[in-house]
Design a protein around this ligand. Structure first.
Ligand code: FAD
Ligand code: SIN
Length: 537
């Protein structure tokens, strides 16, 4: 182990946001570290199916994309942010194409454009139904060949080091609070190392794992948001959790996504009686925005007490299903479902976080030296509900904008040496009682699913908060007394972000977008963000 690792900028996360930012920063001449907690490709990005929304055809207009995004966002989007990010969309697509992403084409050579809920036009670029994997592979290839970028796989970012945390030291006593680096656990050696940089970019993705059922892979534990919150950065709109309407139902916990793009090609949701019921809930039927479709499914399931509904994709035809959706086709086939003739069992599952670390259009958080982009960040693009396939776009656009904007900060900022700063571990060895960690993990996920999901009430939120407070007490005891490991650190972060979700949900005394509560079913006239700032002593 080296004593101290020094970089201009440290990127935490190797999905579309982290990789795009690292590449652009290296192009700008900076020395970059990418810290990532598993293999580099393991990210939400790698599983993205439907594609990336952007205006690329003559029959579409940025203004229409803006209108659709604002409508989905239910009054809470920041219009200027929406306009800027969507205007920059085609540049973001170009950046991906230049890195080697080969978007699917029609037979005549034009780009194939898919359609998803809430979009008034076909505008989703995709690589069959494996868009994320293609993006991830292309970006990782470029990163591997870049001499200014060093990647640290199986390295877990634990905590931001800030001036305030070092306040006893002479060296920093006159400095304003800012981020100076990170404590990172090398998972293979089990050692905590100190990383120094002028700035840190959080690109740690979402929080799906706080729910019992989610489309997200195991990395999505909200680490970045929890770290930023503990360091004192503002956190925004955490109550807006998007539940994807159509995840594959099985008896197991796994929830494989059945892309909305299938509905874009004619797929229909049916209830247990076989009725195509969405017309009863919204005139856009199966292609209404996700909050509406997920709530409608939830209501149909509750009325009839069934464990799942159906997605009927039989009208799409075998040839298109196999060519356009090979990933979904093969997944279902391996489970005995031939989707050209059989209906697919579906349920909603936690999918995407619209809130996160509050940033401006440069990716800057409220804490100097801390930047965020991708799903971990809340720019104001999504408002109360994200329009389908706007997240990959936001991530690539904001990563490129952020990497350019950070230049002036890096150039004018003097690093503070962290040479004498060491992580102090609890002195107890890994305990047999670590079963507490897995038990508490189960309890957290079940609590969030049962009390803080698609339909909420004051009572359910209060119940969830009480349980989380108990879990927090127990886990904090472990954190301070035992040597840290990934499962403990993730659980601690999951408890922190779950409490932030509940706190924001309790603040919002109305139903808007993805936050629906039986106690306040109406929408208030004024749309106000929920912002949480931790009091740093
Ligand atoms: P991620 O891609 O999730 O990357 C996060 C990275 O941070 C990972 O490398 C992770 O290991 C790392 N990390 C996290 N915590 C730590 C830590 N403590 N230390 C070190 N590393 C850490 N969006 C669309 O726009 N279109 C789609 O078609 C689409 N389909 C989707 C399908 C599925 C199944 C899912 C789950 C999501 C989908 N989304 C889609 C959403 C979209 O994929 C994500 O919002 C986006 O990929 C997030 O990218 P990101 O770079 O912000 O984070
Ligand atoms: C999907 O393919 O349905 C997911 C798209 C998204 O989450 O934006």
């Amino acid at each position: 182990m080296e004593d101290l690792r020094k970089f201009d900028v440290i990127v935490v996360g190797s999905g579309i946001a982290g990789l795009s930012f690292a590449l652009k920063s290296a192009d700008n001449g900076y020395k970059v570290a990418i810290i990532t907690k598993k293999d580099s490709q393991e990210s939400n990005t790698n599983y993205a199916q439907g594609g990336i929304a952007s205006v690329t055809s003559h029959s579409d207009e940025v203004e229409l994309h803006v209108k659709d995004t604002l409508e989905a966002g239910d009054g809470l989007c920041d219009r200027s942010v929406v306009e800027q990010i969507l205007k920059d969309g085609p540049k973001g697509i170009d950046a991906l194409v230049q890195k080697g992403v080969a978007f699917s084409q029609l037979e005549d050579g034009r780009i194939s454009l898919g359609k998803e809920g809430g979009h008034s036009k076909r505008r989703i670029l995709h690589v069959k139904d494996m868009t994320g994997k293609a993006i991830e592979q292309a970006l990782l290839h470029s990163v591997k060949n870049n001499p200014l970028i060093e990647s640290f796989e199986h390295h877990f970012a634990i905590e931001l080091i800030t001036v305030n945390k070092l306040k006893k030291s002479e060296q920093v006593s006159k400095e304003l609070n800012r981020v100076l680096g990170l404590f990172v656990l090398d998972v293979n050696s089990n050692q905590v190392e100190t990383y120094e940089a002028k700035a840190v970019l959080l690109a740690t993705g979402g929080i799906g794992q706080i729910y019992q059922f989610t489309t997200n892979p195991s990395i999505a534990t909200g680490d970045g948001i929890a770290m930023a919150y503990r360091a004192g950065a503002n956190i925004k709109n955490m109550e807006f959790i998007q539940f994807h309407p159509t995840a594959f139902y099985s008896q197991k916990r796994e929830r494989f996504l059945i892309s909305e793009a299938l509905r874009g090609e004619g797929g229909i949701i049916r209830n247990f009686s076989g009725e195509a019921f969405m017309h009863r809930y919204d005139s856009r039927k199966d292609l209404a925005p996700r909050d509406i479709v997920a709530r409608s499914i939830d209501s149909e399931m509750k009325q009839s007490g069934v464990p799942h509904l159906w997605l009927d994709a039989t009208q799409i035809g075998l040839a298109t299903l196999q060519k356009r959706f090979p990933n979904i086709y093969n997944y279902c086939e391996a489970r005995g479902i031939a989707i050209e003739k059989d209906w697919i069992p579906i349920v909603p599952a936690a999918h995407y976080l619209c809130g996160g670390v509050m940033t401006d259009l440069n990716g800057e958080s409220s804490l100097a030296g801390l930047h965020a982009c991708g799903e971990v960040a809340c720019t104001g693009l999504h408002g109360a509900n994200r329009l389908a396939s706007n997240s990959l776009l936001e991530a690539v656009v904001m990563a490129n904008r952020g990497a350019d904007a950070i230049k002036s900060y890096l150039d004018k900022t003097e690093p503070i040496s962290l040479k004498s700063i060491r992580w102090i571990d609890g002195d107890l060895e890994i305990s047999d009682e670590r079963v507490v960690v897995s038990h508490n993990n189960e309890e957290l996920r079940r609590t969030m699913w049962d009390y803080v999901s698609i339909v909420r009430t004051n009572k359910r939120l209060e119940r969830a908060l009480n349980r989380l407070n108990n879990l927090e007490k127990e886990i904090n005891e472990y954190y301070w007394n035992f040597k840290v490991d990934v499962r403990l650190l993730e659980l601690r972060n999951m408890i922190t972000v779950s409490k932030l979700v509940i706190e924001c949900a309790q603040k919002r005394q109305e139903s808007r977008g993805l936050h629906y509560t039986l106690d306040y079913p109406q929408k208030l006239e004024e749309a106000v963000d929920s912002i949480i700032a931790k009091q740093i002593k």
